[in-house]
Design a protein around this ligand. Structure first.
Ligand SMILES: Cc1cc2nc3c(=O)[nH]c(=O)nc-3n(C[C@H](O)[C@H](O)[C@H](O)COP(=O)(O)OP(=O)(O)OC[C@H]3O[C@@H](n4cnc5c(N)ncnc54)[C@H](O)[C@@H]3O)c2cc1C
Length: 397
């Protein structure tokens, strides 16, 4: 099929995207960017996005992954963030601070972490390993007594404002005739092995030649009636906003060996720690911050690593949901293996904002060109779940 024939065919096609936060909006944006001329409808049940993962996230980006495809997606994301003004106009700003993650490891991790750095560098990430002495020289506030290694990147890592990114993507999509419909997608209708439409609660159905499931932590629910067991679960993650006299300039996104993380934000810092596996149930509907984490695990871990954090004041706390792929902690991106016009873009397990641009581009390529082009996202396909062959991501936070 030539591009011309493709675009003629697509002019009469209708894409329905369920979920209009960062992943859904990025897909809509890139569909137009690649010249898709058909109808695009984004169904979003909460236009305020106040409980979306996107709005509640820590909005950071790293290239330090154990899975090459994730590294490529992050590199694409960082390049996209740097091109915000060219894409969206001179006033566009997502506050991208390109300052690097600092990921710490104990003495037992040195060999594996250095091998990880080699792999990451081979994939194009500008990551380097530091000895504890080197890390201490660069970050004088860091307690390195029990460390063996620290890794960091000189570029393509840092943080940004997810809300601004979402607003720009939505604007970019709406300006090019993408319709955002307020409503709850209740069911996906299938006939003859193909999606034919998406039914809304309260009545009405939107015709679909393609249905994209970008519903984040709720993405398993909307395909359950089709008999599809999508291994995506809503897992609560709490973020604490703190004030402390600790100097913010030059401070990276720090990931400690305890699992605690901290980075500068506004006039203070934000920080968090994941609950233990046995205390991490599906949390659908539960947005109450897990305050106990601060006293029990987070503060002791931070005060050990950064003695200056003996003094801190908690100013706020919020909880959002990771859309955890319980099968292998990697995104699920691509077509269903039997219902071929049903496409997944979910399961990012804590890295969905940084990977939204690459996902949007990839899904748009799939629809417009019939396959992935910029990055081969096929390792993230649904087929691995059906065949029971996980693609484990090892660097998970
Ligand atoms: C505390 C926290 C920290 C995080 N930190 C980072 C980070 O540093 N970097 C990073 O890259 N990622 C991070 N993440 C993960 C990231 O936020 C998510 O991976 C990403 O936002 C997923 O985007 P999404 O658009 O798929 O999902 P969401 O933002 O959750 O959007 C899904 C949308 O679908 C809508 N929806 C759901 N079901 C339906 C339905 N049936 N009908 C209509 N609409 C529906 C919802 O209302 C929602 O707006 C973090 C997440 C949390 C909670």
């Amino acid at each position: 099929m030539t591009d011309e024939e493709g675009s003629v065919a697509q002019r009469s096609e209708a894409v329905v995207i369920v979920g209009g936060a960062i992943v859904g909006s990025s897909i809509a944006y890139f569909l137009r960017e690649l010249g898709f001329a058909g109808v695009i409808t984004v169904i979003e049940r909460d236009p305020t996005y106040q409980r979306s993962s996107t709005a509640l996230s820590a909005a950071s980006i790293r290239t330090q992954f154990g899975t090459p495809v994730n590294i490529h997606m992050s590199l694409f994301g960082a390049a996209f963030f740097r091109s915000i003004r060219e894409r969206f106009g001179r006033d566009a700003d997502i506050g991208f601070v390109e300052r690097g993650y600092l990921i710490l490891g104990g003495p037992e991790a040195v060999e594996a972490r250095r091998a990880g750095v080699e792999m990451q560098r081979g994939e194009g990430a500008d990551v380097a390993a530091l000895t504890p002495v080197e890390a201490q020289a660069r970050f004088p506030w860091l307690n390195v007594e029990d460390l063996g290694v620290a890794t960091t990147a000189r570029r393509d890592e840092g943080w940004f404002d997810a809300w601004s990114l979402l607003s720009l993507m939505r604007r970019g999509a709406r300006d090019r005739d993408v319709s955002y419909v307020e409503g709850n997608a209740e069911a996906i209708t299938v006939a003859g092995g193909r999606v034919t439409g998406v039914r809304l609660s309260g009545g009405g159905e939107i015709k679909a030649d393609w249905c994209i499931n970008a519903a984040g932590p709720a993405s398993a629910a909307i395909v359950r009636d089709l008999g599809i067991a999508l291994p995506v679960s809503a897992r609560k993650r709490t973020v604490f906003g703190i004030k402390t006299p600790l100097e913010r300039s030059g401070f990276p996104m720090l990931f400690d060996i305890s699992g605690a993380w901290i980075r500068p934000e506004g006039e203070g810092f934000i920080c968090g720690i994941a609950p233990t596996d046995d205390n991490d149930p599906d949390a659908t509907g539960d947005f109450e911050p897990a305050h106990a984490l601060l006293e029990e695990t987070l503060w002791p871990a931070l005060a050990h690593r950064i003695p200056a954090l003996e003094q801190l004041r908690v100013e706020r706390a919020w909880a959002g949901h990771y859309e955890v792929n319980t099968f292998d902690h990697n995104g699920i991106v691509g077509r269903h293996d039997e219902i071929e016009n049903l496409v997944f873009a979910t399961g990012f397990s804590g890295h969905g904002v940084m990977h939204a641009p690459a996902t949007g581009r990839g899904i748009a390529e799939l629809i417009v060109h019939g396959g992935f082009k910029a990055i081969d996202l096929s390792p993230l396909g649904f087929g691995r779940i059906r065949s029971g062959t996980p693609l484990h991501e090892t660097v998970v936070y």
